[in-house]
Design a protein. Structure first.
Lengths: 202, 176
């Protein structure tokens, strides 16, 4: 097994379904292309859930390994991305629950806040606005960290990943009503967490 | 308070409706009705605005990317995990017979005693044509019982001064 991933130049390699079929037939290199295509998004989703690079990398890699070993169970009802989301979210929820069981806070300030992600947003020119944005992000991160894992997953998939309710329901394996309910409670908690800060901003 | 505002406060799920409205998830008549209600409820409007600010802040959350090194090594990490999973589980090696005896001296003693009895029995059998099973043999090993059985007679004996009892099964080798 080499570590090299073939470039997706051939026709058909742009299509996830084709690559999944090839991988199901045993073509490891087709799966490698899928991994390369989805690894950043899987990592970001894992990071938003667990708020720690090391854990996020572990969750993302484990998600792909599990996807590969259960590839025969993938029937193509959802896209490969949605299916992968489901695995990432479930593994991230497991990680959060393990932390909680281990006596560790489900969200640890020392893990999340100082590790300001090197995102792709430009910093605001105005220092006051930049500080304000940073404070909001910090409060938001803390608020997200206090959400139960299932609510956190629904919120992140909706607001950060931009998934539809139906996609979230498929990704987390519950019905639409449950998704709406989890989203409502998550939003309300965040709104309350940011209430004082929002009042200052007005 | 207008009738419409009254509706918003009285109906169940006011918070849900406002959150859904803020997220643009209400449609048709429900959205129009909520908008009308909001016109007469400053508190509800503030709440909607707060939901929108939260949503905007969430959507502005910076995406986190793998570093170049992490991205480069990512597939290798996945491959290693796949390989570990696919590899057949190593069989737990059964200890060699001599290791069992080495680790269990009492078994060694019993084996030695059994071998002695067997040699003695065979010798007596050769000499007299029949086995003599007394309660005591010349070397002091005491035979406690003999079960003739069918194919495999069983003998229970004990070394002198030992509480250890040994069961010996005489089993004929199957003929080809």
């Amino acid at each position: 097994m080499g570590g090299k991933v073939p470039p997706p130049e051939q026709p058909g390699l742009q299509d996830d379904r084709y690559l999944v079929e090839r991988a199901q037939q045993g073509a490891r290199e087709a799966f490698a292309i899928l991994v390369r295509r989805h690894q950043d998004r899987a990592f970001n989703l894992a990071y938003q859930m667990v708020r720690n690079r090391e854990d996020a990398l572990d969750v993302a890699q484990e998600a792909f390994a599990r996807a590969y070993t259960s590839l025969s169970a993938f029937k193509g009802d959802a896209t490969f991305g949605t299916w992968l989301h489901r695995i990432v979210v479930n593994l991230a929820i497991d990680t959060l629950r393990r932390r909680r069981r281990g006596g560790e806070a489900p969200y640890d300030d020392s893990r999340g806040l100082p590790e300001e992600p090197e995102g792709d947003l430009p910093a605001p020119d105005d220092p006051a606005t930049a500080l304000e944005a940073k404070q909001t992000r910090a409060l938001l991160a803390r608020g997200i960290g206090q959400l139960p894992p299932a609510q956190r997953a629904a919120l992140i998939l909706r607001e950060i990943e931009g998934l539809s309710y139906e996609e979230i329901a498929r990704a987390v394996g519950c019905n639409l009503g449950t998704v709406m309910s989890r989203l409502f409670y998550a939003r309300r908690k965040l709104q309350q967490a940011l209430k004082a800060h929002l009042a200052d901003l007005r | 308070m207008s009738t419409i505002t009254h509706w918003l406060h009285k109906t169940g799920g006011r918070g849900r409706r406002l959150a859904a409205y803020a997220a643009g998830e209400l449609s048709g008549a429900e959205r129009v009705r909520t908008e009308s209600a909001l016109a007469g409820c400053p508190g509800c409007r503030r709440e909607v605005e707060a939901y929108r600010l939260v949503a905007r802040a969430l959507q502005a959350t910076p995406r986190v990317s793998l570093t170049a090194a992490e991205a480069q090594a990512f597939w290798s990490g996945v491959e290693q995990r796949i390989a570990t999973r696919a590899r057949p589980r190593p069989l737990t090696a059964r200890p060699a017979l001599r290791e069992v005896f080495w680790d269990h001296p009492r078994l060694s003693l019993a084996s030695a005693a059994a071998a002695a009895v067997l040699v003695l029995g065979l010798t007596v059998s050769q000499m007299s044509g029949w086995l003599y099973w007394g309660t005591s043999l010349p070397n002091g090993v005491e035979v406690l019982s003999v079960e003739p059985g069918g194919d495999a007679p069983v003998m229970l004996f004990q070394a002198p001064g030992s509480s250890l009892k040994v069961i010996w099964v005489f089993e004929e080798r199957p003929t080809e």
